[in-house]
Design a protein around this ligand. Structure first.
Ligand code: SAM
Length: 264
């Protein structure tokens, strides 16, 4: 590929180190019978390794400048390129295209990390995701209750599944070199995640954290559900009436969501 114009607006920080790329795919647990969705093929460095491990790879890329190169590189392989902005493709279209369960593996474009994760965690066909994110985001994903990193992203990721920081990646491994270090996080779907009601759960968590320093009862109060009723429910179920979102564990969130869901 000749001279390439790196586009900051698309979060283009590419990887080339074969060892690191192989390590990412190894950590993802992708096997020869797995179908993989990748977001952001770039110059296809990770795609190529995924292609060697997986049964099939569906890879999205938004940048028109890469289309001809990628089309040619993966012609006749088990990689299907989708030259689209992934955020403009509906879940139904993705599920129809992929045709069943899949693993998400990606060096994510950082400007859309949270929207992509929030969206894919709700896709009932995704069984795991292994993604490169900014280290600060990785810390939020794997955070413990009562810490500053524990928030909406933590709770929705850990409700979906077990989240682990798999690899720390120095910024120098990317070209161009970004301003921050990164980490690869792997999340494996739990059997008991609230998948069937994930959109409502996400809204609930966002409300619970809407004003971090305020009590849950204040953040969750609605026209239908008064603050005093929420406090009563909290106390009846072993929580403090003063409880704040950051004090609740993932299972507390699940329990409290179930209690409140039909009342909200
Ligand atoms: N996978 C490559 C690698 O590891 O070297 C590239 C990773 S780079 C961090 C992110 C890639 O996502 C870029 O190629 C960028 O053009 C692409 N991208 C950014 N936004 C996108 C979107 N909304 N839909 C699809 N691809 C996108």
């Amino acid at each position: 590929m000749d001279k390439f114009d790196f586009k900051k607006k698309f979060g283009q920080n590419f990887l080339t180190d074969k060892n690191l790329l192989t390590q990412i795919v190894e950590k993802s647990g992708v096997m020869s019978d797995d179908v993989v969705v990748e977001i952001g093929a770039g110059r296809g460095a990770l795609t190529e390794v995924l292609s060697a491990y997986a049964k099939k790879v569906y890879s999205f890329e938004i940048d028109k400048e890469l289309f001809a190169f990628l089309g040619e590189k993966f012609d006749g392989t088990n990689v299907q390129m989708i030259f689209e902005d992934v955020m403009k493709v509906t879940d139904e279209e993705i599920n129809k295209l992929v045709g069943g369960k899949f693993k998400l593996v990606a060096n994510l474009p950082y400007y859309v990390t949270s929207p992509i994760l929030t969206r894919f965690l709700q896709n009932e066909n995704m069984v795991s995701c292994t993604v490169m994110v900014q280290e600060e985001v990785a810390d939020r994903i794997v955070a413990e209750p009562k810490t500053k990193d524990y928030g909406v992203l933590t709770v929705i990721c850990q409700m979906f599944g077990d989240a682990k920081k798999a690899i720390r990646v120095n910024r120098k491994m990317f070209y161009p070199v970004p301003n921050v270090d990164s980490a690869v996080v792997r999340i494996d779907k739990k059997e008991d995640c609230v998948a069937q009601n994930f959109p409502a759960f996400i809204e609930f968590v966002k409300k619970a954290f809407s004003m971090r320093r305020k009590k849950l009862s204040s953040n969750l109060e609605t026209q239908k559900l008064k603050k005093t009723e929420i406090e009563k429910l909290l106390v009846e179920n072993g929580f403090s009436e003063m409880a704040r979102a950051e004090e609740l564990s993932i299972s507390d969130f699940k329990k409290f969501f179930a209690l409140l869901n039909d009342k909200m």
